[in-house]
Write a protein that binds this ligand. Structure first.
Ligand SMILES: *Cc1c(COP(=O)(O)O)cnc(C)c1O
Length: 444
């Protein structure tokens, strides 16, 4: 279907990607933010709208998930400085971040879903529920008391309806938990990569799990077909959903407050570098969108993907987005990073990222376990292997030639001592101890 040999000649990085090498790629299509923003279908207004919706729902969230009470029903994670890990990356990986500060954004500990998916997944279920409840007169409007949605009448209303999603695991947990908590019949279509404990966890919380032998793409296609055939069913479309994307974007404004509290400035002289693991693209894309809206050209975002499942990278590097899969260039799509085991990227997200994203790194599975142990040994923090892909970005920033050129070309050479780096930890809290023990002992 594609002339891969020709592609490799025209776009040299494609040859390295197809050979499953670790690469650091700088996006040649990135534009000045102002120019990029003028062409975008989504804006700051959409973000503010999402933030306002989450505030309206906070009293309800607190009621159905009492563990969120300490934050008043707002699901948010800590930003933790990790200086010992910074030192370790220098000593063991030769990554010199100079006098910059290194932080971990701990979405790995987000309430309810234990992963970054708590942002987008929960938001989409809430928005859908708000739409239904207003239409049915259960809520009189945005000013009404949203805790009414936990009443027996509202539960009866939701229990006649279904919410379905296809997932490699964590999105299913997020959508499943929120849907089941409101009373919906929640159905999660899980790909073969999905971990057994996630299926067990969902079933224990009243969610129906349908298992597929094939990959993520199959689970999504089947789930969608079943949902579309049922007028009382709503399907969460991980690849194209604007709602999911906007739910993720809200992270940016929350982070801004946390950075200020830590004494971090983000401006022309104090660049912010952010590294986020990428699967289909929605979560890192939404977070990136929010960060660019807030900080414009002063934030530099890089995605991290497994060498065998770097679907967003191949889509961006070739400009083919969702028209190309990792299998098309001879990669397997298989990885220990179950949250990132996606062979074809979201075309919607790829299009939005094209002028915004600074670049990408890819990482071998073996390294994920090494970074996981390194973080645990140095800082006493546990995050799941998929999350650890983000460390590869911080390492590349501190040593890769491609990053040095990027820093030079963006006029940042003299500013890197005043920079801040954020490794976005995307999952981990719900991983059971026996599974953590297995991860800790895994050496590939
Ligand atoms: C889903 C997931 C990601 C990536 O999100 P996408 O929306 O698929 O790109 C990253 N890390 C973890 C742990 C995830 O579960």
């Amino acid at each position: 279907m594609f002339d891969i040999e020709k592609m490799k000649q025209e776009i040299p990085v494609v040859a390295d990607i197809a050979a499953a090498k670790e690469v650091a790629w700088i996006n040649p299509k990135k534009e000045a933010f102002e120019k990029a923003a003028a062409k975008m279908e989504l804006s700051r207004k959409d973000m503010d709208d999402a933030e306002a919706r989450l505030k309206r729902f906070a009293p309800l969230i607190m009621k159905v998930f009492p563990e969120t009470a300490d934050r008043g029903g707002i699901i948010e994670s800590e930003l933790t400085e990790i200086p010992k890990m910074k030192q370790l990356l220098k000593e063991q990986y030769g990554a010199d971040l100079r006098d910059a500060r290194l932080f971990l954004k701990r979405d790995s500990d987000l309430a309810v879903a234990g992963s970054v998916k708590a942002r987008g997944g929960i938001y989409e279920v809430l928005k859908h529920s708000e739409d239904l409840a207003i239409e049915a007169g259960i809520l009189s409007g945005y000013e009404d008391d949203y805790t009414k949605l936990a009443s027996p009448d509202a539960r009866a209303f939701f229990s006649a309806r279904k919410v379905q999603v296809g997932s490699t695991g964590n999105l299913g947990v997020s959508i499943g938990m929120m849907s089941a908590a409101l009373g919906y019949q929640a159905i999660v279509h899980m790909s073969a990569d999905a971990k057994q404990w996630k299926k067990d966890y969902l079933r224990a919380h009243g969610v129906t799990v349908v298992e597929y032998a094939g990959d993520y793409g199959k689970a999504v296609a089947q789930g969608r077909a079943e949902s579309d055939a049922d007028p009382m069913s709503y399907f969460v479309d991980d690849e194209n959903s604007r709602d999911l994307f906007m739910g993720y974007s809200v992270a940016a404004e929350r982070l801004d407050g946390q950075l200020k509290a830590q004494g971090v400035t983000v401006d022309e002289d104090h660049p912010l570098f952010v590294y986020i693991p990428c699967g289909v693209g929605g979560a890192p894309g939404g977070v990136t969108f929010g960060l660019k809206e807030l900080y414009g050209d002063n934030v530099h975002v890089f995605f991290a993907e497994p060498v065998q499942a770097c679907c967003m990278l191949i889509g961006l590097a070739t400009g083919l987005h969702s028209k190309i899969s990792v299998q098309d260039i001879g990669l397997s799509g298989q990885t220990h990073a179950d949250g990132l085991a996606v062979g074809r990227p979201s075309g919607f997200v790829g299009g939005v990222m094209e002028p915004l994203l600074s670049g990408e790194v890819t990482v071998e599975d073996a390294r994920l376990y090494d970074y996981m142990r390194a973080l645990y040994d140095s800082e006493g923090l546990f995050i799941e292997p998929s999350s650890c892909a983000a460390f590869e970005g911080a390492v590349a920033a501190g040593k890769a030639a491609e990053f040095r050129s990027y820093i030079e070309e963006n006029g940042l050479t003299g500013k890197m001592d005043q920079a801040s780096h954020i490794v976005w930890a995307t999952g981990g809290k719900l991983v059971p101890q026996p599974v953590r023990d297995v991860f800790m002992g895994t050496h590939l």
